[in-house]
Structures are given as structure tokens and as C-alpha cells.
Design a binder for this molecule. Structure first.
Ligand code: FMN
Length: 233
């Protein structure tokens, strides 16, 4: 990692490094990262640690001199304000932007995100073909996760059967692959990795990305105004 950070910085770019533990943050800071993205276990997609976003942000804001960006489960103004209150200087949002007009995710994936609640997601290392064993992701529960009796962790990519369930153009997509359905994907989309964070409950429509951003900011301002009102004697 230090080599890669050095190369990026030599090329004149800033490094925003996503981590899931205090130890990984320490290593990133020592290697020269400019910003720490503190990813909580609530996050959709590949997840780096097992600590909740608010706890991790608080710990890093207290320990590091670098700006901390909160990530994981943020999909509303309340989530934004909570992250800022914990010490974050910004937020990173994935799932709520997956369900927008511009997103290249398949409409099926967007619709499933809109319909889901936080408890419909799970952390698993089942979608791991071509990745190192124990690479955890957060996805929506589906026939693939239920097929293994809800045993979410401890899967070995070398032991999982190879079965084509979908395709992306000429490229076959295997069950247990980390591919999620995009616009071109056809086949058994339900059985694929439907990445989603625990903030899905706040995602109830598919607006443009700009509308999503403006809505979260407006909600955040409303939350701040409500808190200020409550704080008055
Ligand atoms: C569809 C999707 C794919 C993702 N792929 C990766 C990835 O390959 N590597 C990674 O470090 N994080 C990945 N993430 C996690 C994001 O970087 C980010 O931490 C996460 O989206 C934040 O949580 P949220 O989705 O609850 O907003 C992915 C997230 C999503 C939704």
C-alpha cells in the first residue's frame, strides 16, 4: 500500500483511503494518505471492517489529524448530521446513489434497493469468486444467500461450484461472483450480488443524482433546525 500511495502522490493526485479499522487508518496515515474514509460495517458492497460507522468516525476523529469522511449506511439528512456530529468532515454515499437515474446499475437492482429495509441486507463472504477468501460484502438477501442455510461467513472461493447464472454481453456471470447486475446484464439477476448498505430503508425512490443530493442536504438542514429548536431553553 505505501508504494501505491507514493506513486499516486508523485503523479500529483490526492489519496482518499477507505479503511474499516483504527489500525488500517494508522497505516494509511503513515503511508501518506490525505483523507481517511471511515467505512462502517453498515456499508453496501465490499466492507473493510466490523465496526459501526459512528464508532469508527468518532475514534478516528479523536486520533487522527487527517480529515475523516464517514461512509456506510448514510442515505438521509439524519445520517449526514449524525456523521458530522461524530466528527466527520464529509460523507461518502454509495447505495443511495446506486438508486438514481444516472447509475449504471440494472433497474432490477435499483428496484430491490427501493423496496428493501435495513434488515434485508446481510454481511457475507459468499460472493467471492476471483477474490481472496473472507472478502466480506453487504448485499440484499436472495436465493443464493438463502441456498446455503443463511451461513453468511466462512466460504472458500476454491470450494464453491462454478455455475453460469447470467451474462454481461458475451461474458458469463457465475453464481457467487462479485459482479452485480448492470444495464447490460441478462439472466438470473435475483441470484447475483445485490450490493446494498443498511441505509436502504431511507431510499424510497429513484430520482436523479442531483435531486438525491439536494434532498439529503435539505433533510440535513431540517434536522439541524429541529435540534436547534429542541436545544432552546
Ligand atoms: C455497488 C457497490 C459496489 C462497491 N464496490 C466496492 C469495491 O469494489 N471496493 C470497495 O472498497 N468498496 C466498494 N463499495 C463500498 C463503497 O466504497 C462505500 O464504502 C459504500 O457504498 C458506503 O456505504 P453505503 O453503500 O451504505 O452508502 C461498493 C459499494 C456499492 C454500493
Amino acid at each position: 500500500m505505501p508504494d501505491i500511495i507514493a506513486r499516486v502522490k508523485t503523479a500529483g493526485a490526492r489519496v482518499l483511503h477507505q479503511i474499516g479499522t483504527v489500525e488500517a487508518a494508522r497505516q494509511a496515515e503513515a503511508a501518506g494518505a490525505d483523507v481517511l474514509i471511515a467505512q462502517g460495517v453498515e456499508a453496501g458492497g465490499h466492507i473493510h471492517g466490523e465496526v459501526a460507522m459512528l464508532s469508527l468516525v468518532e475514534a478516528l476523529a479523536a486520533r487522527s489529524t487527517l480529515p475523516v469522511v464517514a461512509s456506510g449506511g448514510i442515505a438521509s439528512g439524519a445520517g449526514l448530521v449524525a456523521a458530522l456530529a461524530a466528527g466527520a468532515q464529509g460523507v461518502q454515499i454509495g447505495t443511495a446513489f446506486l438508486a438514481t437515474v444516472e447509475s449504471y446499475a440494472h433497474e432490477y437492482h435499483k428496484d430491490r434497493v427501493v423496496a428493501a429495509e435495513a434488515g434485508d441486507t446481510l454481511r457475507t463472504d459468499l460472493f467471492v469468486l476471483n477474490w481472496p477468501a473472507h472478502s466480506a460484502v453487504r448485499v440484499l438477501a436472495n436465493s443464493t444467500t438463502k441456498g446455503l442455510g443463511y451461513r453468511p461467513m466462512g466460504h472458500d472461493p476454491d470450494q464453491l461450484p462454478r455455475e453460469v447464472i447470467a451474462s454481461e454481453g458475451a461474458r458469463p456471470i457465475y453464481r457467487y461472483s462479485t459482479d452485480s447486475p448492470i444495464r447490460e446484464t441478462t439472466g438470473n439477476l435475483e441470484a447475483m450480488a445485490l450490493f446494498a448498505g443498511q441505509g436502504v430503508g431511507a431510499v424510497t425512490d429513484i430520482p436523479t443524482a442531483g435531486e438525491r443530493l439536494r434532498a439529503i442536504l435539505a433533510e440535513g438542514r431540517a434536522v439541524l433546525a429541529r435540534l436547534a429548536e429542541q436545544g432552546r431553553p
